[in-house]
Design a binder for this molecule. Structure first.
Ligand code: NDP
Length: 453
């Protein structure tokens, strides 16, 4: 055997797994066919958040006037952002390469395939190891609607040098909502088309309603229950065929209709949605081959892939096998204002058999009230009526991801509503509202929920 562990895919999950395995003394190789760093660092979370900061600064110029600043008419120059973004992702890729080298992980550049005997083939090289990890991630879906392959994806958006004047965005998930919120602030006229009544299917109703309201307030044209049946090149760029002879013309269209696992050339058993099938110990259908992260299409978030990669490396090469608990994964939608959540939605908590005490608040934050702004902050706590445990925290408003990440620790520790009530507030903050919620908004029982279905 050439190595003890070969990792396919040098994204966040693969890099974390390879370094942890090497720290246990394993001889490790990592194979990458594109740039080192993966979707999160190069084409996702990191550049997306850098664009979000650019959009947020647009709001800040407007708000600054209300706080007494004289601000000249600001103008956003995409080429300058694009150059700075390229430099930053190159810097981060360099750091990832250094981390791998410093950990003693061998980087092999090229596209990997698994052969019938379970060896990892990269070009002419045939590498063997008793343990192989598939961490190949996912890529944008390009066949969700006939003709949608002609549209830009989030990869393309983050590589733009100039922004279009008008854009259609198709989809109502994370990517659609985040980019609609950003692009409209950067001066693009945005139309958002999605299938459901509200965006962000799967999120708590309060967050979904707030997301639609805030997007609309920012100037995004919402088209609920409306997606093209076909897309064609033509007009000023692309034509959206909406049915009943209705055709809409946009110079630029973003396909935000989801992502699909990268499974080609691996010969692994897949589920009906094309994801690699794994068991509770991350083992695939092939002996000695495990998989983590987006390629398994369960909770498609970077920190989950990292946690799984480290747990797997500890289990294979460390003293004690362990699994990652995915029952309480916090997540954020980086629209403006941002959304953050940990724990189930109200509907999911009831469906899981919890009678609930619901505490909610909705207010205009101090910073907005001072300048006559309309942006609101909304918070919700779901409390188990049986034992007072806080099951979920949902928030939309400034700094929501920073606040909810910290509250996720309390939930992991099993905090009760009484613990929240005993916590002294930090004033003046928005976060203090979470420990000052005394008025019960409503109580819900599972039997009522069943009856109303
Ligand atoms: P999502 O799965 O979040 O959303 C996909 C959207 O596409 C949904 O609104 C879905 O509609 C819609 N859709 C799917 N198929 C069709 C179709 N045929 N016609 C019309 N609409 C369709 O995917 P994203 O692409 O937004 O993001 C991919 C993944 O990346 C996410 O799952 C998330 O895990 C991750 N991500 C995380 C971020 C974060 O943590 N902040 C940011 C960005 C991405 P419907 O709801 O009706 O099914």
């Amino acid at each position: 055997m050439d190595f003890d562990f070969i990792v396919i895919g040098a994204g966040s999950g693969g890099v974390a797994a390879s370094r942890r395995a090497a720290s246990h003394g394993a001889r490790v190789a990592i194979v990458e066919g594109r740039r080192v760093g993966g979707t999160c660092v190069l084409r996702g979370c990191v550049p997306k958040k850098l664009l979000m900061y650019a959009a947020q600064l647009g709001d800040a110029f407007r708000e600054a006037r209300g706080y007494g600043w004289a601000v000249e008419t600001p103008a956003f120059e995409m080429p300058r952002w694009a150059a700075a973004k390229a430099a930053e992702t190159t810097r981060l890729e360099g750091i990832y390469r250094q981390l791998l080298a410093g950990s003693g992980v061998t980087l092999i550049e090229g596209h990997a395939q698994l052969d019938d005997a379970g060896a990892v083939c990269v070009g002419e090289q045939r590498l063997t190891a008793p343990q192989v990890l598939v961490a190949t991630g996912s890529a944008p879906v390009t066949d969700s609607i006939p003709g949608i392959a002609a549209c830009a994806t989030s990869d393309d958006l983050l590589d733009l040098n100039e922004l279009p004047s008008r854009a259609a965005i198709i989809g109502g998930g994370f990517i659609a909502v985040e980019f609609a919120s950003m692009l409209v602030r950067l001066g693009v006229a945005v139309d958002l088309f999605y299938r459901d009544r509200l965006p962000l299917r799967g999120f708590d109703q309060m967050l979904r309603t707030a997301a639609a309201a805030e997007l609309q307030a920012a100037g995004v044209q919402l088209h609920p229950g409306s997606v093209p049946t076909q897309i064609q090149r033509g007009g000023s760029g692309l034509l959206l065929l909406m049915g009943e002879d209705r055709v809409l013309d946009f110079p630029w269209v973003l396909n935000a209709t989801g992502r699909r696992p990268n499974t080609a050339g691996l010969g692994l058993a897949l589920d009906e949605r094309g994801a690699v099938l794994i068991d509770a110990d991350l083992r695939t259908s092939r002996p000695g081959v495990c998989a983590i992260g987006d390629v398994t299409n369960r909770v498609n978030l970077t920190p989950v892939a990292i946690a799984e990669g480290r747990a797997l490396a500890d289990s294979l090469f460390g003293p004690t096998p362990r699994r990652v608990d995915l029952s309480r994964v916090p997540s954020a939608v980086f629209m403006l204002p941002p959304i953050a959540t940990v724990g189930p939605t109200e509907e999911a908590a009831l469906a899981a058999g919890h009678d609930l005490h619901v505490y909610e608040t909705d207010f205009r934050p101090m910073k907005q009230a001072f300048i006559g702004g309309t942006e609101r902050t909304r918070m919700k706590l779901l409390v188990d009526a049986a034992d007072d445990r806080v099951l979920a925290v949902h928030m939309v408003g400034a700094d929501a991801p920073e606040i909810v990440q910290s509250l996720a620790v309390a939930l992991t520790a099993g905090a009760t509503k009484a613990h929240f009530d005993q916590t002294i507030a930090m004033h003046p903050t928005a976060a203090e509202e979470f420990v000052l919620l005394r008025t019960l908004s409503r109580s819900l029982t599972t039997s009522q929920a069943l009856a109303s279905r």
